[in-house]
Design a protein around this ligand. Structure first.
Ligand code: RM4
Ligand code: MN
Ligand code: MN
Length: 429
């Protein structure tokens, strides 16, 4: 169990309960007046979940520096303890997405049991061929799955196959693959042949996937390669996923597009053709900024969830993309940022359920642009805070997760056990 007890949470909730009841009852009355069913909406909000990234609970960094905070997790077991706190308070994040080899251990049964002791299970496993690991025979400096040298490609394939094996031991059902492959100079690499090599390598990984697994391919416009990346956009991603087969789907990281790209439209397209595998949620102003979800563009996140709600209506319950957070926390306590982000993602989801889909479709058919826009925006303009707080409360979570976390003294307590990390080194995690 997490260090934060049910009694402590109940105690913290007590002083907030009367105000919450008032706010929730008022919202429930308003929703009922609008023809919505508040009880069904609370149930739906209670069922909502998003995975946290194991790499997100350590303080991130930029290319220039990293400024670690107190009580940084020393290893994956500490990371799981932190992830447990996030879920205990928010009741939104029962799964953790691990990254290998960062989270490598000797005994995966022990890791799975440790997760369980914090009330957690494992989500998609992430492979890493964008860095060289200690003792690795061949370098990824010039690429991994798309390297010109077959031996390097084979090493990268073997790593992904190992990730699937680890994932099986952990009870995961998906492999997320993001590669840093690309080029820095026009002419440096053959754009056509690099993609061919990707397809061949990815197919070798795909062949080892268990039947009930998915392979989630992640595209990214730039970085670390700055002229071209091999899987640069949703078009290349879709082509690859289509080429590989039904178990391969596209993963949309919100920060991996050019700033003006219409991501919600990409979501609609991929969903329509069964290729929307999942998300990496974060927010950004310029590029892959990895800022906290909805901290810059909450309306964009809402529009993404509106498309997801539409897709669910069209496709039915089989439509279940994997929801993950992928952020880098440079100036906040990562536990606070991840709780805040999970809540904002749950908010966008809850708001999207408020849209009158039939009325919206009718306005669209009638070409009544302004009515359609107002119907779409109605969800975004509704403050659903009491609704998602009620869902948390019923699930045993905190009415105010961040205030409760601060009151718990968790960070100071772990800082006493976990030695301070030296500042200065640059890095993503
Ligand atoms: C990449 C990408 C991957 C993540 C790494 C750490 O930009 O978003 O999903 O695993 O960063
Ligand atoms: Mn990502
Ligand atoms: Mn990224």
């Amino acid at each position: 169990m997490s260090a934060i007890t049910a009694d402590f949470i109940a105690d913290q909730n007590r002083s907030r309960l009367a105000a919450h009841r008032e706010d929730f009852d008022a919202l429930a009355r308003q929703l009922a007046r609008r023809g919505l069913n508040p009880e069904a909406l609370v149930k739906d909000a209670t069922a909502f979940a998003v995975a946290v990234p194991s790499w997100g609970v350590g303080t991130g960094g930029t290319r220039f520096a990293r400024f670690p905070g107190p009580g940084e997790p020393r290893h994956v077991f500490d990371k799981l303890a932190d992830c447990g706190v996030i879920n205990t308070l928010t009741r939104l994040t029962p799964t953790v997405s691990p990254h290998f080899p960062w989270d490598k251990v000797k005994d995966y049964a022990e890791l799975r049991a440790a997760a369980k002791s914090h009330g957690l299970t494992f989500d998609a496993v992430n492979s890493n061929t964008f860095q060289d690991q200690a003792g690795q025979p061949l370098s990824y400096k010039f690429g991994s799955l798309t390297h010109t040298d077959k031996a390097v490609r084979e090493q990268a394939i073997a790593h992904n196959v190992e990730c699937v094996e680890i994932g099986r031991a952990l009870g995961s059902k998906a492999l997320s693959v993001w590669i840093g492959d690309g080029s820095n100079f026009a002419g440096q690499s053959s754009l056509a042949r690099a993609f061919d090599r990707y397809l061949e390598s990815a197919a070798a990984i795909y062949r080892t996937l268990p039947d009930d697994w998915r392979m989630l391919l992640e595209h990214k416009l730039f970085e670390p390669a700055f002229y071209s990346t091999v899987i640069s956009d949703w078009g290349s991603n879709y082509l690859a996923a289509q080429h590989l087969g039904p178990k391969a789907q596209c993963l949309v990281d919100l920060g991996h597009h050019a700033p003006t790209v219409n991501i919600e439209q990409i979501v609609a397209r991929l969903a329509r053709f069964g290729k929307l595998g999942g998300f990496h949620f974060n927010d950004s102003k310029y590029g892959d900024d990895d800022l906290d979800a909805a901290s810059v563009s909450p309306f964009r996140l809402y529009l993404v969830f509106h498309e997801l709600a539409e897709a669910k209506r069209a496709i039915g319950p089989s439509f279940a993309p994997a929801y993950l957070i992928d952020q880098s926390h440079n100036v906040t306590d990562p536990i606070e940022s991840l709780m805040q982000s999970a809540i904002e993602i749950a908010r966008a989801h809850a708001q999207a359920q408020l849209v009158d889909a039939a009325a919206l479709a009718a306005a669209q058919e009638a070409n009544d642009a302004l009515t359609a826009h107002r119907l779409l925006k109605a969800g975004f303009l509704t403050d659903v805070s009491p609704l998602i707080a009620e869902a948390r409360l019923r699930a045993g979570g905190a009415l105010d997760p961040i205030a409760t976390y601060r009151a718990s003294g968790y960070r100071a307590a772990v800082a006493r056990e976990r030695p301070a990390v030296a500042a200065g080194s640059a890095g993503i995690v």
